[in-house]
Design a protein around this ligand. Structure first.
Ligand SMILES: [Zn+2]
Length: 272
């Protein structure tokens, strides 16, 4: 095995790639095919990325039979994919024990936000609840962490020998991943660019106000700093632990967001 010769060859290839010009092609609609051979990347503007991760998955297999670990993954990852698919993402990829979805086209921010809140709700109401039921005191300390970001993305298929996977370069996936990493289980963290779209949306920013402790609509999102983000780190927003779609009003709120509604009479009245 001539590893040194191979490394020299790689060095030449890297030098070549760095000086060879690349072409960027503007994609007005979300592309369903990406270039492989040509040095042409497609640029898609204002893409919204949703990243969901399982908390503490590296600890699952510790002291647990492979079969039990596998069942946890079947329960978690497969259903995370099922959850995000309901909101018609333009692309979904499972990565490790989590996934990311990209949203473009009509009401991309609204579809992405509803997907993110539903992933969070799935983690709280279905996954964690079921793990506690099945494993009792041995239940793994896990749950779903969600991040969201938006911006311009460039894409091209890269790979050798049939492993052609699209590479998504740019802020949306990168920043959404950092937001998900900064979140604890049951939390959703979004960048300031995403918050801009929802700060004045009463269906997203305020609770329904039907709980006993909280009988009027109240603000749901806290300011939070995501240290690893190079810009706007201090102006992110977090939807707190425990918050999920309300069992009474969730259907109505989700539909209102998807329909592009903004104002609620009860919130307007409270502010007046
Ligand atoms: Zn409610």
């Amino acid at each position: 095995m001539n590893v040194n010769e191979f490394l020299d060859d790689l060095r030449d290839r890297v030098d070549g790639e760095l000086v060879n010009p690349v072409e960027i092609e503007e994609a007005a609609v979300f592309p369903d095919q990406f270039y492989v051979e040509r040095r042409t990347w497609k640029r898609i503007r204002d893409v919204v990325a949703v990243v969901a991760d399982l908390k503490g998955s590296t600890n699952f297999s510790y002291n647990r039979r492979p079969e039990a670990t596998a069942r946890i993954y079947e329960a978690a990852t497969g259903n995370m994919a099922r959850t995000i698919e309901r909101f018609e993402p333009d692309f979904v990829d499972i990565q490790g024990d989590g996934l990311f979805g990209l949203f473009h086209g009509h009401r991309r921010y609204q579809r992405a936000m509803c997907a993110a809140i539903t992933l969070k709700s799935f983690g709280i109401q279905a996954l964690e609840a079921a793990l506690d039921d099945h494993f009792g005191v041995d239940a793994p300390d896990t749950g779903i962490k969600v991040g969201m970001a938006s911006g311009t993305i460039i894409v091209k298929n890269v790979g050798v020998r049939g492993t052609n996977e699209p590479v998504w370069a740019g802020r949306p996936v990168n920043y959404a991943t950092k937001c998900a990493q900064a979140a604890d289980k049951q939390e959703l963290i979004i960048t300031p660019q995403v918050w801009e779209h929802f700060a004045d949306n009463h269906w997203v920013a305020y609770s329904c106000g039907c709980s006993e402790e909280n009988t009027t609509p109240s603000e749901l999102w806290d300011p939070i700093t995501v240290e690893k983000l190079p810009e706007g780190a201090a102006d992110c927003r977090r939807l707190r632990t425990g918050i999920a779609w309300c069992s009474t009003h969730g259907d109505q709120f989700c539909q209102a967001i998807l329909d592009g509604l903004r104002l609620r009479k009860s919130v307007v009245a409270a502010a007046a």
